[in-house]
Design a protein around this ligand. Structure first.
Ligand SMILES: NC(=O)c1ccc[n+]([C@@H]2O[C@H](COP(=O)([O-])OP(=O)(O)OC[C@H]3O[C@@H](n4cnc5c(N)ncnc54)[C@H](OP(=O)(O)O)[C@@H]3O)[C@@H](O)[C@H]2O)c1
Length: 327
């Protein structure tokens, strides 16, 4: 090999020949309801240094994005305007920076953006925030996987479940809860899955034991838990942290991804997506989604222009699985 001969880690192409200079991307200029969301024509981001430009095939939606856009999280996660939106992404590598070693133009990838930028035709992220898309994984699932699956992974890890234990999961058929439920079932855990009747058949199909929420929930859980309850994972709100305490679950084995104040009051755990964000974890979860260990139902797909409609459906709060934007 001569000095000018590329080795296998040095891609010969750093830029897709068809790359446009502008793209369509979700933007908003002020906190507010869904009506502040729009799609703008903006410059395609650069891929320099260790960054990779991905032509987005699918970008998931998450309730946290709606909370940020409404200003409900302005203290912890302030927005700067104009703001983009979106963490989850899947697509095809369109250009790479000069320091990129892991990816080449044309690679199919999924990953995440920390910059609220994935709901666009192109997104630029550091190369360490991407993993290879398994061939069997659909674009829609790949593009909706990161936040929900890494959060579910973190939540399950936080309660350290062992085979044969009984774990209660709230919102057990939601974007995060549905994956929590299936990761627990795969570990041999008996899952008591709290959800409305409409989700019970699906929850049984993935190996969980559904229980309806509403009045009398504590009694129904006690009746279902003939061997006691070892842990509780909440993906809905503070009433489930309190339920865990009422059921006698030790605080160290109660985990919530949303009820931070209630967790602080009782000493429960609050691990979330940032605690599990890594290439290794996302690659493992993508493998689980590809081999059927976890199923991720796609509730609906929307074109970028219908971003307000996508969040209207999400904000109803009863999705079983993921709502995805397809630029
Ligand atoms: N900490 C983190 O890193 C992190 C990451 C992701 C998400 N989150 C937060 O976690 C929460 C869940 O996220 P997600 O993406 O899973 O949301 P999601 O998919 O929108 O959740 C929808 C689910 O909520 C269920 N639900 C509605 N009312 C309920 C109730 N009273 N009791 C129990 N379940 C109920 C629905 O079930 P039914 O249809 O059966 O009613 C539906 O399956 C959100 O607040 C989100 O902001 C935190």
């Amino acid at each position: 090999m001569t000095d000018s001969t590329p080795d296998t880690h040095t891609p010969t192409t750093t830029r897709d020949a068809d790359l446009p200079t502008t793209m369509r991307a979700v933007r908003f200029d002020a906190y507010g309801d869904r009506s502040v969301l729009r799609v703008d024509e903006v410059p395609v981001p650069e891929a320099t240094g260790d960054r990779v430009l991905v032509r987005v095939r699918a970008a998931g939606t998450n309730p946290g994005e709606a909370a940020i856009r409404q200003g409900a999280m302005a203290e912890q996660f302030p927005a700067t305007f104009p703001s983009g939106q979106g963490t989850d992404l899947a697509g095809v590598v369109a250009a790479i920076g000069e320091d990129v070693t892991q990816w080449a133009v044309g690679d199919e990838v999924l990953g995440w953006s920390w910059e609220r930028s994935s709901q666009a035709e192109f997104v630029s992220v550091p190369e360490g925030q991407l993993v290879a898309k398994p061939r069997r994984l659909s674009w829609e699932i790949a593009g909706a996987l990161d936040v929900a699956a890494t959060t579910a992974y973190a939540a399950v890890r936080a309660v350290d479940p062992r085979p044969g234990e009984t774990v209660v999961v709230s919102s057990a058929a939601g974007g995060v809860g549905g994956i929590v439920t299936q990761l627990l079932v795969a570990k041999g855990v008996d899952v008591i899955a709290v959800a409305s009747d409409a989700n019970h058949e699906w929850l049984r199909s993935v190996g969980a034991r559904p229980v309806a929420y509403g009045d009398g929930l504590e009694d129904r859980v006690r009746q279902a838990a003939t061997n006691g309850i070892d842990a509780l994972i909440d993906t809905h709100g503070p009433e489930y942290v309190r339920l865990g305490i009422a059921l006698g679950v030790p605080a160290a084995r109660i985990e919530t991804i949303i009820a931070y104040e209630a967790a602080a009051e009782v000493g429960a755990k609050t691990d979330g997506s940032v605690d599990a964000a890594s290439q290794e974890v996302l690659a493992e979860l993508a493998g689980h989604a590809a081999d059927g260990t976890i199923t991720v139902p796609i509730v609906a797909t929307y074109p970028l222009d219908a971003v307000q409609d996508a969040y209207a459906e999400l904000e109803q709060g009863h999705a079983r699985g993921k709502i995805v934007l397809v630029p």
